[in-house]
Design a protein around this ligand. Structure first.
Ligand code: FA5
Ligand code: MG
Length: 371
């Protein structure tokens, strides 16, 4: 059952927004639409045979193999945190200034002035740190008012990781290389670990020869920061942002004597490059011609997406009694047959004609009785 969003018809000043059966006051910031709300709870990253879920599992396995302690995973995975967060979680806790452009109404889906659909998984970093965790992987759907194209969609999925290490602090200056409280040695060590882990991940997914490059970036919540790009279809595609967590964030949340790095990946972009899916919008396809290509019990199977007809499917069921002794218990089966033309939309009448022929052929060949 998918959650729905609806708007009450009350006068504007006291109008409310319902999401997931929860009521929120609407105000001048409210810009969430019923269409966007319909994505909440779909959790593509948790659907068994969805490409995003296959990549999610491979990422989790990779981190399990790299972060273990005495044979057990040394981090926790959160993949079902609610995407409805406060502006405090999404921005303030991450030191994002009040006038930062990423807070603009034109960039986010606001429920109201204080509440929005998270724009990144980093929104949960502080609460998890405060709950005492020091190594965690968060995966979920995030929402941004981005212009749609082949690599951008207003809803996408982000695995985000945050491992921490003990650190002896110094008092020096902050510069392009590091934060003032960190030693240059520790910063360099963290940078090397962070980059190794991420390169290790893309090599595990794509093979040793994956072409990649690091680009210097700026995030208010990390310093220094980078983005990783991989070569996809002859063009550089950004797949993640990362950096060394600002010490103020760790200190505010509790663990003061440690240094941590963090990153946020674009799950769709990795899935696109891995399975050669040409357009991010296909990830939302409910078409069995798309989904059936990812029906595998081995997440490491090499899959190359084959385009399916863009004309709609038409589904007719065939339901029949198996042949058997009249007196014995009758056994019936039902199959769904998907019809689709490669060059045009089929009409129900012509589908019915073919369907009748299949029924007749099954009766003749297997002696079944159509129900
Ligand atoms: C962030 O979201 C940071 N929170 C990442 C981070 C985490 C940095 C922790 C430092 C520490 P960014 O906005 O670049 O960063 O998004 C991360 C990735 O999400 C991008 O590299 C891209 O792969 C993906 N992404 C961003 N916008 C979209 C979109 N509209 N559609 C699909 N994927 C997107
Ligand atoms: Mg970016």
């Amino acid at each position: 059952v998918l959650p729905r969003c609806s708007y009450s018809t009350a006068p504007k000043s006291e109008s409310t927004v319902r999401i997931n059966d929860k009521e929120f006051n609407a105000d001048d910031f409210t810009n969430i639409t019923p269409k966007i709300s319909s994505y909440l709870g779909q959790n593509l990253h948790l659907q068994k045979h969805n490409p995003l879920s296959l990549v999610r599992q491979r990422i989790v396995n990779y981190f399990y193999s790299s972060f273990t302690h005495g044979g057990n995973p040394s981090f926790s995975v959160y993949d079902n945190l609610s995407p409805i967060v406060t502006t405090r979680q999404n921005f303030d806790e991450l030191l994002i200034p009040a006038d930062h452009p990423s807070r603009a109404k034109s960039d986010c889906y606001y429920v109201n002035r204080g509440t929005l659909l998270r724009a990144h998984m980093t929104a949960h970093q502080s609460e998890l740190l405060k709950s005492g965790l020091d190594n965690f992987l968060m995966i979920g759907d995030v929402y941004r008012r981005d212009e749609i194209d082949s690599t951008h969609f207003p809803v996408f999925h982000q695995p985000s990781f945050d491992p921490e290490h003990p650190h002896k602090f110094t008092n020096s200056i902050s510069d392009a290389m590091k934060q003032s409280c960190h030693t240059l040695e520790a910063t360099k060590l963290m940078e090397a670990q962070l980059k190794n882990h991420l390169i290790g991940l893309v090599q595990t997914l794509f093979g040793e020869n994956i072409e990649h490059r690091w680009v210097e970036e700026y995030f208010p919540f990390t310093h220094p920061s980078w983005e990783l790009e991989i070569l996809y279809e002859g063009k550089w595609m950004e797949v993640l942002g990362c950096g060394i967590v600002r010490n103020e964030i760790l200190a505010n949340a509790g663990p003061n004597h440690s240094i941590a790095y963090a990153f946020g990946l674009g799950l769709e972009r990795l899935a696109m490059a891995l399975y050669k899916i040409p357009d991010i919008r296909l990830m939302w396809s409910k078409d069995s011609g798309f989904l059936s290509q990812f029906q595998t019990n081995d997440i490491n199977t090499k899959i190359t997406y084959k385009p399916v007809s863009s004309y709609p499917q038409c589904v007719n069921d065939i339901s029949f009694w198996l042949p058997g002794n009249e007196s014995s218990k009758k056994h019936s089966l039902c199959y769904s047959i998907v019809y689709r033309h490669l060059e045009r939309t089929l009409t129900q009448a012509e589908v019915n004609r073919v369907h009748k022929e299949i029924e007749q052929a099954a009766v003749n060949a297997f002696n079944i009785v159509i129900r």
